[in-house]
Design a protein around this ligand. Structure first.
Ligand code: DMJ
Length: 617
């Protein structure tokens, strides 16, 4: 259209007709003149005004847009908080209902309808009486979960090692030693389930026999059976438990009769013949040979017989000979010559609890001079761990990589999620800067492990995770077998920091177990945490560890206080007994030089001083 008018103008007009000509395009065009580029191009001031107008408007719109976005994200956060609070209030209401009290979510509670003074004093009274009702409610739910797990086992698998809830029958994976009963003893006792505990105790007294023609794992039998019996003895002072503990330890002892004293992994409980299986290439496993010290030292302390502790402490002596500067040992060690047979280093499967026990033997011995070298070795390993610390992208999750030789692999097992708890526990006794470093790493790893759970559709963690650039964490092996490590760490980090966020995280995980793993006949694992497909096994560590750590997460720290008790790697608490009277011998001396009399005096002192303080009952 403009071109038509221009051509008209160009066709020649006579003077005096200009006004008319000027008016023509205005009148004839349906476009206002201000939209014509020439309107601005011919007058720079107009152009300037236009530019200023555009810039100003764009800025204003951008600013408004940002404001709206900020407003929306604040609203989303408030809504999220509101959801959480509503959820907590619902839990509180449920709890109070169970207690025969009422609580209205959308109005004032009953006490406020009375006179102001009456209302105030009653309110204070109720608060005092309830004392964090949410925590109490959560604890009661965990206890109910234990009752369900236990009664299912009792009904379908009594006397067997473990329950297969879907098949409704028992199976023996530990030689038929009633692993679930032994693993449950202290959990039942701590939770105050006395009737159930009594039945378990009677079974141990009458039916637990070890003369089985069965190739048992020395490690599994030590941490579950020996550890469970010692813990039951410490909690109840019933001699029968100690007698049984001694019986099984005596059957395991021949496993240490090797050239170096480093134990074989497997032993026949009946014949005492020990060997290493083919899948280790004939070597012993670090997490096995280095995770028997707490139980065997504990047994020597309680019986006064040094032979148990001598076997396991000699192993540490052997490991000191090959202990590298960074304190990280490969997962396979030859029992013949004491040398590593692989370069693989991990805080996950087959490495994990060796590091845990370096710290725990030091705590178990009450941090005295006799056990100082354990602490030193642990500190050395914690220097080494820093070399495995890596960060995911884009979200910066801290994780512990694995190493083979000098190559790092960006993979972490859920099993390695015990490490944050260990680091939190190890802050005691460390100089301030180190303690801070340990705690910072502990908190960061706890966040990662929590996200192992929260990042899957079922909210249960896979067995391990791969970390790829730009993708944070991806489930590797997809099963979940009710493992405890993350809950264990939540308990330690909660006790160390007092930050209630860890209790809330634990609750998210507990609810996921309730939703995904609870069946009418017990708790099962998942074959795949992405799909929720169930397996058919209630692992005995679910009752020994997972549920116990949940229970302690929602209990006051005075229940099994950490300055009086030390948990073995299967979560069986053993009483801390100072090792002050024993001679220090780190050199290669023939066994038997340590004085049993000296141990006996420590042991007798312990028996005299013993105070049981399980609490929570
Ligand atoms: C338990 O038997 C122990 O915690 C052990 O140290 C590692 N594996 C299981 C639990 O996952």
């Amino acid at each position: 259209m403009w071109s038509v008018k221009e051509s008209e103008r160009g066709s020649g007009v006579v003077a005096g007709q200009e006004d008319c000509i000027m008016a023509r395009p205005r009148a004839a065009s349906s476009w206002p003149r201000v939209l014509h580029p020439s309107y601005y191009l011919r007058r720079p001031r107009r152009l300037l005004v236009l530019v200023v107008f555009f810039v100003g408007t764009t800025f204003l719109l951008w600013d408004r847009h940002n404001l709206i976005q900020n407003h929306e994200s604040t609203l989303a956060k408030i809504n999220e908080q509101k959801e959480k609070l509503t959820h907590k209030l619902e839990e509180l209401a449920k709890y109070l209902k169970g207690e025969g009290k009422t609580f209205q979510l959308d109005g004032e509670d009953e006490s406020s309808s009375k006179t102001a003074q009456q209302g105030k004093s009653e309110q204070e009274g109720v608060e005092k009486e309830i004392e964090d009702p949410i925590t109490e409610y959560r604890r009661s739910q965990v206890k109910a979960a234990m009752q369900h797990a236990w009664s299912s086992y009792e009904k379908y698998a009594w006397g067997f090692d473990e329950l297969q809830p879907q098949s409704r029958r028992g199976v023996n994976h530990f030689g038929g030693l009633g692993a679930t009963i032994i693993d449950s003893l202290d959990t039942l006792y701590i939770m105050g389930l006395q009737t159930e505990f009594n039945k378990a105790r009677d079974w141990v007294a009458e039916n637990l026999h070890f003369n089985k023609n069965y190739d048992a794992s020395v490690f599994e039998t030590t941490i579950r059976v020996l550890g469970g019996l010692l813990s039951a003895y410490d909690l109840t002072a019933e001699k029968m438990f100690l007698t049984k503990a001694k019986e099984i330890a005596d059957r395991l002892l021949p496993a240490w009769d090797t050239r170096t004293g480093i134990p074989y992994t497997t032993i026949n409980l009946d014949s005492g013949r020990a060997h290493n299986p083919g899948w280790t290439g004939g070597s012993s496993v670090l997490a096995d040979l280095g995770t028997e010290q707490v139980e065997f030292i504990g047994l020597s302390q309680r019986t006064g017989d040094p032979k148990y502790k001598q076997k396991v402490e000699n192993v540490i002596k052997q490991l000191r000979k090959i202990f590298p500067k960074d304190g990280l040992l490969p997962i396979y060690i030859s029992a013949d010559n004491g040398q590593p047979t692989t370069g693989k280093i991990t805080f996950g499967a087959m490495g994990d609890s060796f590091y845990e026990y370096l710290l725990k033997v030091w705590i178990q011995g009450n941090k005295t001079e006799v056990v100082k070298h354990y602490r030193e070795m642990w500190e050395q390993s914690m220097e080494g761990i820093m070399g495995l610390v890596s960060k995911s992208t884009p979200s910066g999750y801290t994780f512990l990589a694995e190493r083979s030789g000098s190559t790092l692999y960006n993979k972490m097992d859920e099993l390695a999620c015990f490490a944050p708890g260990m680091l939190a526990l190890g802050t005691e006794g460390a100089p301030p800067e180190k303690a801070e470093k340990y705690l910072t790493l502990a908190k960061e790893l706890t966040r990662t492990c929590y996200n192992f759970y929260m990042s899957t559709p079922t909210k249960l963690a896979g067995e391990n995770y791969q970390f790829y650039d730009g993708q944070d964490m991806q489930v590797g092996t997809p099963w979940n077998i009710l493992r405890p490590e993350t809950v264990e760490s939540l308990m330690y980090v909660w006790r160390k920091t007092g930050d209630s966020k860890y209790r809330d995280w634990g609750w998210d995980i507990f609810q996921a177990f309730e939703k995904q793993s609870r069946t009418p006949t017990g708790y099962v694992g998942l074959r795949n945490v992405r799909t929720g497909e169930k397996d058919d096994m209630m692992q005995s560590f679910f009752v020994a560890e997972t549920l116990k750590y949940f229970y302690l997460l929602y209990s006051p720290s005075s229940v099994i206080p950490l300055d009086k008790w030390v948990f073995n790697t299967e979560a069986h608490p053993l009483r801390i007994i100072p090792r002050v009277d024993e001679p220090i011998s780190l050199e290669d001396t023939p066994e038997g030089k340590d004085s049993s009399m000296q141990i006996k005096s420590g042991s007798t002192q312990y028996l005299r001083q013993r105070r049981i303080n399980p609490g929570g009952r």
